[in-house]
Design a protein around this ligand. Structure first.
Ligand code: GLA
Length: 354
C-alpha cells in the first residue's frame, strides 16, 4: 500500500519500504534522561515509509495527510515544519555513510500525533533503518536508536531521552522492553495474554517542543548538579535528604525520579510473574506521582485515569511526555468491551486508540 502511494506521488517505484510501530510507555516516565528504568511496549499502530533514491541532494517528502510535497535539501536547517524529522534523518544518514544522495520519501501513519505514542521516533528510527537496509551497513538497532535520538536532540532541538527510539527499534509486539537507560541494558518481558494494555487518547493534543518538557529537564539538571551524578533516579535516601534546602518544587521533582525508578523495577517483576493487581496499582501510583510531584498531568486526564480504575482496570496512568495525549490502562480481557464503553461514555472527547 505504501509502495502504491509512493508511486502515485512520485511517479516511480520506491527502492525500499517498511513499517515501524509506535510505542506506549507502561511505566517509568521522565526517568530516561535521569538514568532510570523504563518499561515501554510497541503498539500495533505505526508509520509506513517508502524511500526512493535520488541522484542529487534534494529531499522530497510526501505525507498521506497533505496534498503538498515538501521539498528540501541535505544541509537545510530545521524550519519548525513536520518534514524537519525527515530532512534531519536524511542528513544524518548521509553523515553516517548510509546514503550519499538525497531521497524521495512517502509517509502513511495511523498514529495520532501529539499523543505521547512516539510518532516522531517511529519516523526517524524507521527511516534510518531503511537507509541502512538499502546498503550493506552493519549498523545495529541499538546504534540506530542512539542516532535517532541525536536527530531529536540536535536537529529538532527536543532534549528527549532514549526510551522512545529504543522501544520502537527493539520491542516486538506483545512484549514490553525493560530498559535501563543509564547502561542501555535491556530485556524483553512477555505481556500476559489475559490482560490488555488499553490506550485511550484524552482528546487533548500536545507537542514536546512546546517547552514544558524542557523546563522539567532543566529542573532535573539542578538536582544532577547538586548531587554530582547524572543518574539521579538512583540517588540514595541520604542524597535525597541532602536536597532539603532546595526549593520545594525541585525536591518534588527529585522524589518523582527516585520513586518512579523504584516503581518501574517492581512493575517489571510484577509483569514477569503475572501479578497484574500489583502491576496495576504501581501504574496508578505512577500517575499520582506525575500529578503531584512532577506536575505534568491535566485535570481531565486525572479524571480519565480515575474513571478507568473505577470501571475495573487494574491500574491506569497518563503515558508519554505529559500535558495531554494518552492514558494507558491495564484491563482484564474479559471486561475490556464493557470497560471501554463505560469510560468513553463518561469522557466524550476521549477516543480508543488500541
Ligand atoms: C517523551 C520523550 C521520552 C521520555 C518521555 C517521558 O516521550 O521523548 O524520551 O522522556 O517523554 O517519559
Amino acid at each position: 500500500m505504501i509502495s502504491a502511494f509512493f508511486g502515485d506521488r512520485f511517479g516511480y517505484s520506491p527502492n525500499i519500504s517498511g513499517f515501524t510501530p509506535g510505542r506506549v510507555n507502561l511505566i517509568g516516565e521522565h526517568t530516561d534522561y535521569n538514568g532510570g528504568l523504563v518499561l515501554p511496549a510497541a503498539i500495533p499502530l505505526g508509520i509506513s515509509l517508502a524511500v526512493g533514491l535520488r541522484e542529487d541532494d534534494q529531499i522530497r517528502v510526501s505525507s498521506a495527510l497533505y496534498e503538498h510535497i515538501y521539498v528540501g535539501r541535505i544541509g537545510d536547517k530545521a524550519q519548525s515544519h513536520w518534514a524537519d524529522y525527515v530532512i534531519g534523518t536524511i542528513h544524518k544518514a548521509n553523515n553516517l555513510g548510509l546514503l550519499s544522495t538525497g531521497a524521495d520519501i512517502a509517509i502513511q501513519s495511523d498514529l495520532p500525533s501529539g499523543a505521547g505514542l512516539s510518532s516522531s521516533a517511529a519516523l526517524t528510527v524507521g527511516l534510518l533503518k531503511l537507509c541502512r537496509d538499502l546498503g550493506s551497513h552493519p549498523m545495529s538497532e541499538l546504534e540506530i536508536a542512539k542516532q535517532a535520538q541525536t536527530i531529536e536532540n540536535e536537529f529538532i532541538g527536543v532534549p528527549c531521552g532514549i526510551m522512545d527510539q529504543m522501544a520502537v527499534a527493539l520491542s516486538p509486539p506483545g512484549q514490553a522492553l525493560s530498559l535501563d537507560t543509564f547502561t542501555l541494558d535491556f530485556k524483553l518481558i512477555e505481556i500476559p495474554g489475559n490482560v490488555h494494555m488499553a490506550v485511550i487518547h484524552s482528546g487533548i493534543y500536545r507537542q514536546l517542543s512546546e517547552g514544558r518538557y524542557k523546563v522539567r529537564k532543566e529542573e532535573c539538571d539542578i538536582i544532577k548538579k547538586r548531587l554530582g551524578r547524572q543518574d539521579i533516579c538512583r540517588m540514595t535516601d541520604t542524597e535525597y535528604s541532602n536536597l532539603s534546602d532546595l526549593p520545594a518544587t525541585i525536591q518534588n521533582r527529585a522524589r518523582h525520579c527516585w520513586s518512579e525508578h523504584r516503581r518501574t523495577k517492581s512493575a517489571s517483576l510484577a509483569l514477569k510473574s503475572n501479578d497484574m493487581k500489583l502491576f496495576g496499582s504501581l501504574m496508578t501510583e505512577s500517575h499520582q506521582s506525575m500529578r503531584d510531584d512532577f506536575e505534568i498531568t491535566l485535570p481531565e486526564i486525572d479524571k480519565l485515569t480515575e474513571d478507568a480504575v473505577k470501571f475495573g482496570a487494574y491500574g491506569a496512568r497518563m503515558t508519554g511526555g505529559g500535558f495531554g495525549g494518552c492514558m494507558v490502562a491495564c484491563v482484564d480481557e474479559t471486561i475490556l468491551d464493557e470497560w471501554k464503553s463505560r469510560v468513553l461514555k463518561q469522557h466524550p472527547n476521549a477516543f480508543y486508540v488500541c
